[in-house]
Design a protein around this ligand. Structure first.
Ligand SMILES: Nc1ncnc2c1ncn2[C@@H]1O[C@H](COP(=O)(O)OP(=O)(O)O)[C@@H](O)[C@H]1O
Ligand SMILES: [Mg+2]
Length: 304
């Protein structure tokens, strides 16, 4: 609607994880690289956590574009599943034939056979579980069992768990200690810094066809950062609505007043204040003895 007014080819701030718009901030790039490493080196188990809208699904979509075509992927997004339902969902996604009446053990055997066959064909198989914070302890324990499927040399199934910060709390439960020990890479996607957010906004504007003219004045950018806490999803929501408001008022330079106004209108979607949460997420650390190196926690057992 407002694209033409600003001279864009399309809307720059949609909230779908479109890889064309992927902004490789240091954090997103590190998260992506650590996933590529886990998959390509067949390391077995990776966890990516981050607030809603921090870019987990976007990173995962970019991973899909970077991995070899011989890699098969099972994606689980419905995480309110029993362990058996989860195995069934994986088999369905990988198109492995099975019968509903089979016991869970038989289903896992079918999966194991499929994985062995794939490895003999030179293929790699990845299981991605999004919104994994919803998995209950029994299903997480089942994930651990799946991570046991291996040959003498390598893991048969590469597993990526993605979820909100609660996932980290869940993984630190004493009964999940064995699962925790299997995690090779654990990455928390922190919100963007102010400088990163400005680059992020400019990056999206450029891809949408902007001609480089200033769209947000400096105070508007500061306001966007204050309201969003650097969470890309909220940045998008605010910028998109601000551009619409600018269009309606026939002003091409977005001021801080417009940001205040739209933030107020969209309170329900952006939350009243992200400050407390921002501090919390920065302070979060895994309490399991992992070594934390630049935000990537590498379990001591697996340091390469
Ligand atoms: N690195 C990034 N590059 C481009 N857009 C991003 C990036 N990270 C997040 N976004 C934007 O923010 C939105 C929310 O990100 P998403 O990956 O869905 O977050 P999460 O899965 O963590 O809730 C995406 O739809 C996308 O538009
Ligand atoms: Mg997501």
């Amino acid at each position: 609607m407002y694209e033409k007014f600003y001279g864009f080819n399309e809307k720059p701030f949609s909230v779908t994880p479109d890889t064309k718009y992927f902004f490789a901030s240091e954090k997103h790039k590190e998260a992506l690289d650590s996933l590529i490493y886990t998959v390509q080196e067949r390391k077995g188990f990776a966890v990516v956590t981050g607030e809603v809208g921090s870019g987990k699904t976007t990173v995962w979509h970019s991973l899909l574009h970077s991995i070899e075509s011989t890699t098969k992927v099972a994606l689980i997004t419905n995480t309110h599943l029993t362990p058996k339902q989860m195995i069934v969902a994986i088999l369905e996604d990988l198109e492995v034939p099975f019968k509903e009446k089979w016991t869970k053990v038989k289903l896992v055997n079918a999966l194991n056979e499929f994985l062995l066959e794939q490895i003999s064909l030179g293929c790699n198989v990845v299981l991605v579980i999004d919104e994994a914070q919803n998995l209950d302890t029994a299903s997480l324990e089942e994930v651990r069992m799946l991570s046991n499927l291996e040959t003498e040399k390598e893991k048969l199934l590469q597993i990526i768990l993605m979820g909100q910060p609660e996932l980290r709390q869940k993984l630190s439960l004493p009964q999940l200690r064995q699962l925790r020990q299997r995690i090779v890479v654990c990455y928390h996607l922190y919100p963007l810094t102010f400088a990163e957010m400005i680059n992020y906004i400019n990056h999206r504007l450029k891809i949408a066809g902007a001609n480089g003219e200033k769209v947000f004045n400096p105070s508007a950018l500061s306001k966007i950062y204050n309201y969003s806490g650097g969470i890309p999803r909220i940045v998008n929501i605010l910028c998109d609505r601000a551009l619409l408001t600018g269009f309606i008022r026939e002003t091409k330079l977005i001021s801080e007043n417009i940001i205040d106004e739209v933030a107020n209108e969209m309170k329900d979607q952006i939350g009243p204040d992200n400050e407390e949460y921002r501090v919390q997420s920065r302070e979060w650390r895994v309490e399991t003895g992992e070594k934390i190196e630049n935000n990537i926690c590498v379990h001591p057992k697996h340091v390469v």
